[in-house]
Design a protein around this ligand. Structure first.
Ligand SMILES: [Zn+2]
Length: 396
């Protein structure tokens, strides 16, 4: 049921709920909407007018099969606004302009090091967004929001990074205020693996209620979709599995300062360091994947073992959380079956049979686009939430 009027602009409150009905892509006539919502025709008309005036919906003429007069039907207008989204990694970035259905209108990838600090990095991002907006023929006032993923812990409510280990100068930096005041739109920030989980769930696994997205790249982390919603935890730190203690890492110091973290033995950075120490040239996770693809047996052994180490931690998480899908992404996942094999081996042998009975373990379908799509999803879900739409139409 739609919630009825509250406050002085009662006829408009509820427009957001109506828009959510129309978002499924099915065009609906006034008669269908009256039947579906139980609203009075006059109330429905006011809400449709409010949505039409903001271009959230578009009218179309529906031919009636019985041959009668065509009725007007309404559909959600995905092109009403544009979203700017960015996935900033440790050393590379991907930036996109999308519509409200995550269709990518423009996209760029670039080598950008996050350790140049927030002002230089975000200054680059601002210029890139402005260029891409012009490229797509859109105006700044069409931006409904900006989504940014960062490679470190983020307090989601304030959008500020919190003690990010590989991001010098970023601790507590007001990313939303800095970017928002320059681009004139609200900014949402989250850590990279959370937005990847959102992107993968939206685009490739919308039917999954409980999904875990594991990123194995320079570091290791996971994003948790619980009951179709991103679970961030109390402070936004949920899913940080990279620093869970594992037996094989007990003699190894992690970049977080502790000893024995999963990341210290199974991340792309750890594998690259191990390979270089053994005289094989490797600087980062992409080098590790290149070596695996080239059939380097040392790299293949390392990556299979890393899969088992990550699998060992995930086996406990499967028992605890009972996901229906585990999606593996990040640079290292591009080694495909070499990493999935070790992971599956341990999870299926160590987790409870009931929890693994219908469990799918698979590589990310979106690959290196999961982050930008997810950053756009984060914005779209925020902007199209019924309360936000109600505010946008009553402010007009
Ligand atoms: Zn650690």
């Amino acid at each position: 049921m739609l919630s009825e009027a509250n406050g002085s602009n009662g006829s408009i409150a509820g427009a957001g709920a109506l828009l959510n009905i129309l978002r499924d892509g099915q065009a609906r006539t006034r008669a269908e909407l009256v039947q579906l919502t139980g609203l009075a025709r006059s109330t429905l008309a006011q809400r449709l007018d409010a949505l039409l005036s903001q271009q959230w919906i578009i009218p179309t003429e529906e031919a009636i099969s019985s041959g009668g007069r065509p009725a007007i039907a309404f559909t959600f207008n995905r092109t009403a606004r544009v979203v700017l989204s960015a996935d900033l990694g440790a050393t590379h970035a991907r930036v996109a302009v999308t519509d409200l259905g995550t269709t990518v209108l423009a996209e760029r990838a670039a080598e950008v090091s996050i350790d140049r600090g927030p002002e230089e990095t975000l200054g680059w991002l601002q210029r890139t967004f402005e260029e891409m907006l012009t490229e797509t023929g859109h105006r700044p006032d069409e931006i409904c929001g900006i989504g940014v993923g960062l490679p470190g812990p983020v307090e989601h409510s304030s959008g500020r990074p919190v003690n990010p280990p590989i991001m010098p100068g970023w601790d507590g930096f007001p990313v939303p205020e800095w970017l928002g005041s320059r681009l004139g739109a609200p900014v949402l920030v989250d850590n990279d693996v959370n937005i990847m989980a959102l992107g993968e769930h939206w685009a490739a696994r919308p039917e999954s209620d409980h999904l875990i997205f594991v990123k194995i790249g320079t570091g290791i982390g996971c994003g948790i979709i619980s009951d179709r919603r991103l679970h961030r935890g109390a402070q936004g730190a949920a899913g940080d599995i990279g620093h869970i203690r594992v037996a094989s890492a007990l003699g190894t110091v992690c970049r977080c300062g502790n000893v024995g973290c999963l990341e210290a033995v199974a991340s792309g950075a750890a594998m690259a360091a191990k390979l270089s120490a053994d005289g094989v040239e490797a600087e980062d996770s992409r080098d590790v994947v290149r070596l695996v693809r080239g059939g380097n047996t040392h790299a293949v052994q390392l990556i299979r073992q890393a899969g088992r180490e990550v699998g060992d931690v995930l086996a406990s998480i499967v028992n605890f959380f009972n996901p229906s899908v585990i999606v593996v992404g990040g640079d290292i996942s591009e080694a495909g079956e070499q990493v999935l094999a070790g992971l599956r081996e341990v999870i299926y042998s160590r987790s409870l049979p009931l929890a693994t009975q219908h469990l799918t373990i698979t590589a990310s379908e979106l690959g290196d686009r999961a982050g930008v799509i997810g950053a756009a999803v984060m914005v779209i879900e925020h902007v199209l939430a019924p309360g936000s739409v109600d505010r946008s139409v009553s402010a007009a």
